[in-house]
Design a protein around this ligand. Sequence first.
Ligand code: BG6
Length: 511
Amino acid sequence: MAAVATTEPQNPLTAGLERLPVAPTTLVIFGATGDLARRKLLPALYNLAHDGALPERFHLVGVARRDKEHEHYREECEQSIRQFSRRTPHEDVLKRLLEHVRYVPGTFDDASVYSRLEGVLDRFEEHAGEPLSRAFYLSTAPSFFPVIVEALGKQGLDRHEGAEVRVVIEKPFGASLAEARELNRRVLGVFEEHQVFRIDHYLGKETVQNMMAFRFANGMFEPLWNRNYIDQVQITAAEDIGIGTRAGYYDHAGALRDLIQNHMLQLLCHVAMEPPVSFTADEVRNEKVKVLQSIEEPIPEEIPGMAVRAQYAAGHAGGEDVPGYLEEPGIPPDSTTETFAALRLEVDNWRWAGVPFYLRTGKRLARKVTEIAVTLKPVPHLAFSQDGSLGVLPNQLILTLQPNEGVSLRLGAKIPGSRMVIRPVHMEFLYGTAFLSQSPEAYERLITDAMRGDATLFTRDDEVEAQWRICDPILRTLEHTRGPLSQYEAGSQGPEEATDILLPEQSWRAI
Ligand code: BG6
């Protein structure tokens, strides 16, 4: 599909960027009427169409349980795009995108769904006069992932003469190491690993990819990027929202499974990995797997000293009184699911031995912020008196993923005047100002990469298992710890117990 002429101003800093070609493709979304499809996938497809980033021939098929006509589904797609797109839709682009949308109703364990689906795919191809690549996007409840994959295999939809077939699998990829292994086994019983794209939407965020540019395209940080200069790394993914309408999913997941096992361990890997030989799927993922393998599997006796979990109690957030987790609709009043989790991990290799990596995430915290703060060791000797200084603090490099994406470096500077008095100042780079543009949504990048067959920003089979190897023992130990779960007030900095896992003289950054 070609880009539209719009009245948006051309950004001279990003103009001329070449679009990577995508082969003619049919995208099939299972769970086509679900929350993720409505809020993220359809708006992402619209924005790709708007940018001319979809292939010349692009078809979309929605598969979901309820019976409805193609036209009715198209109307729903239109509504979702109008409501959730980051841009106001351009009528012509929207119309052209919707013309190529079809709907197949049915339950995912019903074999007839797959034969009807094949019929729709075949008709597109008869019309096109050539085979079209197929991407099956599994945006359903996780229990359907193996069911759909195996049904696709039975119908012979896992391969296609003259074109590519790919399967995109949403998170969560299993709820334990055993489940992740079993899911890998079943998926790889049908598809080859190079056809499988396990989504972690954090990898599609511009700022996460920028961490690689930041580390490996600049000479000045790499010499310092090790245990000799770095004192600690703190990775925070705090949210001010509660669990909204996701009680059914969240109460089975909790903060560790929802964010730490995937997004936060990915961020840790980006901080700690060695430079890959090239930016290819295998090289990048090999380096990340090495990092995960350098983290020792936590043993039960050590877990209470390195991990904290807690639940939000009623409090005040976003200017209003909000209920506690146990009062949220759909949550059992005796639920012990954590809405906050913090860990101290060590990457036990030559570069990082002895440097604590702190991970912290939670719902209903003081504000939404996702950041990585790398604190350097203090200078060995201060030649001037600290009298009157606001404290000579160690240098700190803060990579902010959201909001206000950018990089900030904390330096000590002299306060103007006759005395040698120091205070911290910040040197800032902000994405918005440097590139004058709105970053694309993570899903836009990931959908095109999956259609192009580039798996660099997706989690490999061994990688997802390596992530579970770290989280599984923590979950098992903490879930069996007796006694009431710690609580924190909604809208606060989190539970006081979070400080228990810090090494002496270290403190959490304010959220
Ligand atoms: C999702 C989690 O994967 O990530 C949500 O399931 C969470 O609970 C979300 O809110 C956070 O994503 P982002 O892009 O807003 O940081």
